[in-house]
Design a protein around this ligand. Sequence first.
Ligand code: FEO
Length: 166
Amino acid sequence: MLPKKIESVLNEQIEKEGYAAHLYLSMASWAETKGYAGISNWFYAQHKEEVEHMLKIIKYVNERGGHAIVPKIDQPPKKFDGVKQVFEASLEHEQMVTSSINNIVGICLKEQDFTTHNWIQWFVDEQLEEESSVQGILDKLNLIGDGNLYMFDRDIMGMRVEEGAE
Ligand code: FEO
């Protein structure tokens, strides 16, 4: 049986993953309206990943005898100041999610719920990967400076194809 405290923090995490999915969907839509096909494709793929994260937690909570609650999700920002800003906002969001996952790891240890502690390691690894992927994109953008965003957009389209995200 899932300890109540763990059930509660996992339900909070479901809401956070849902918000991340919404945020990336909004970023994808914004990029699409600006004509950035590669960037929008990248964020649509991110959206799908976040929905999967949310589902993974929902399934786990229910499997352990808890009740996963489908959350109300706030509306994310509609507009972004530019390509670099959108990726900076994405990195900032991932850092917030990482700290939330780390907090759950700590609570698992405190509650001696070693099953959830073991299960959540997948998210610990995933966060490392997500942060480093966005950081890699920001590094590229810094190299480009005010240069060719058309090439960058094509480049990022290739990245998702290679990763098999679409
Ligand atoms: Fe599911 Fe990107 O955090």
